[in-house]
Design a protein around this ligand. Structure first.
Ligand code: HEC
Length: 374
């Protein structure tokens, strides 16, 4: 064994043993009456540093990166619940390094909550919306929380004679504490009306959206964002793949965390064409109600149901309401890769609006590469 490596292993061992020994003595000396800061100093600071920025690698004796808890870019987006799971069960429960020890035996549940609350307080800038407001993504209702995410969505209409498949590639990037830019590339393929099979795949209207969280309150679980989406007429309207004019869609996105693990997300606004002769102005309202169940094994199941309404602002038009029952499931231990499946069921104005199968895969790339965290 290379002497340097041996030495670093020994230091790593000393850091881990030191943390546990330090903790044991504090537990004995002060029982449960410790603040989060005291628990941190005794049990965490040997690796995470006295100020939470991470101890020097020479001091900890391993080369795995240590997170900087004062960096809001990373620290604000996690939930206290996820961090408590890591502190209780150790790094591997969320696909992190085994260097992050499990404290489930050494600390009581209240002590874990206290030290996690302290760690979360190390990001001092309150402009960053808290991870608690980052709720599971519904199929139609867009999220209020600004994300760093890539998604592939797919939909299919299977009714004979009007079969259609559509795919959309979506890229979302946060900038600053509250903003997000999104680009969506849609592709679709229709069954030919004359019954001669499937047509060629076509690109639809490329969409670019800007979103800003205008109000957020992590304590009360409320977030409100304003978004404007532009649909660029890249699709061929004559073949049914585009609107034929630039579409402008300003909406308000709202989310509220409810008691008992439930949440409500809404999106309301209008969509109109730059050329009014090519597209009717439409009002839209989308509501998603859901909950998340995480039965011990780390995988989270989020059943949701959406009610979506759209109405062309023309006299005599009725509101077209749809119901979308759906389920999102986290795939990776780190919960940064998720899939969802749903079914759109038109409930009013059903003529010419067949049922539709919906699915997506999302990758929260800030939390790790596609291959990390399994
Ligand atoms: C022996 C060193 C060591 C000790 C002691 C330690 N940690 Fe860690 N911790 C780490 C390392 C290394 C990571 C990064 C793991 C990774 O990114 O794969 C980590 C990660 C974490 C994370 C996950 C951060 C994220 O990016 O999501 C949290 C939360 C955390 N530690 C809290 C604590 C708390 C609270 C304590 C004290 C009760 C503590 N740690 C004690 C080494 C340690």
């Amino acid at each position: 064994v290379h002497p340097g490596r041996w030495c670093s292993r020994a230091t790593a061992l000393v850091a881990a043993v030191g943390a546990l020994a330090g903790m044991a003595s504090v537990v004995r000396a002060q029982g449960d009456a410790r603040t989060g800061r005291e628990i941190f100093a005794a049990a965490c600071a040997s690796c995470h540093g006295a100020t939470g920025t991470g101890a020097a690698l020479s001091q900890v004796g391993f080369s795995d990166p240590i997170p900087d808890f004062t960096d809001c870019v990373a620290a604000s987006r996690e939930t206290s619940q996820d961090w408590a799971a890591v502190v209780r069960g150790g790094g591997p429960v969320r696909g992190f390094s085994h260097r992050m020890p499990a404290f489930g035996e050494a600390l009581s549940p209240e002590q874990v909550d206290r030290v996690v609350a302290y760690v979360r307080s190390l990001c001092r800038n309150r402009s960053w919306p808290r991870g608690e407001l980052n709720l599971p993504r519904p199929m139609a209702t867009e999220k209020a929380f600004p994300e760093d995410e890539s998604a592939v969505t797919a939909s299919a209409i299977t009714r004979r004679g009007s079969r259609e498949t559509a795919t959309e590639l979506i890229y979302e990037k946060r900038f600053g504490a509250r903003n997000q830019i999104e680009i969506a590339l849609p592709f679709a393929r229709h069954e030919r009306a004359d019954g001669t099979g499937w047509g060629e795949p076509h690109i639809g209207d490329v969409a670019i959206a800007l979103k800003r969280a205008v109000y957020h309150d992590g304590t009360h679980g409320t977030i409100l964002s304003a978004q404007t989406e532009l649909g660029i007429p890249t699709g061929r309207q004559s073949s049914g793949y585009g609107a034929g004019t630039t579409m402008i869609e300003p909406t308000l996105l709202f989310a509220q965390v409810l008691p008992l693990g439930w949440y409500l997300q809404t999106q309301t606004g209008v969509e109109f064409g730059a050329d009014r002769t090519r597209a009717e102005t439409e009002a839209l309202a989308r509501f998603a109600l859901g909950t998340t169940i995480a039965p011990g094994n780390g995988r989270a199941w989020s059943p949701m149901v959406e009610l979506t309404g759209a109405k062309e602002l023309v006299p005599g038009e009725e509101i077209a309401w749809d119901l979308i029952p759906q389920m999102q499931i986290t795939l990776s231990r780190r919960q940064h890769i998720k899939i969802s499946g749903g079914y759109r069921i038109p409930v009013t104005e059903r003529a010419g609006r067949p049922r539709e199968l919906l699915a997506y895969l999302i990758w929260d790339w800030f939390d790790g590469s596609l291959f990390d965290g399994w």
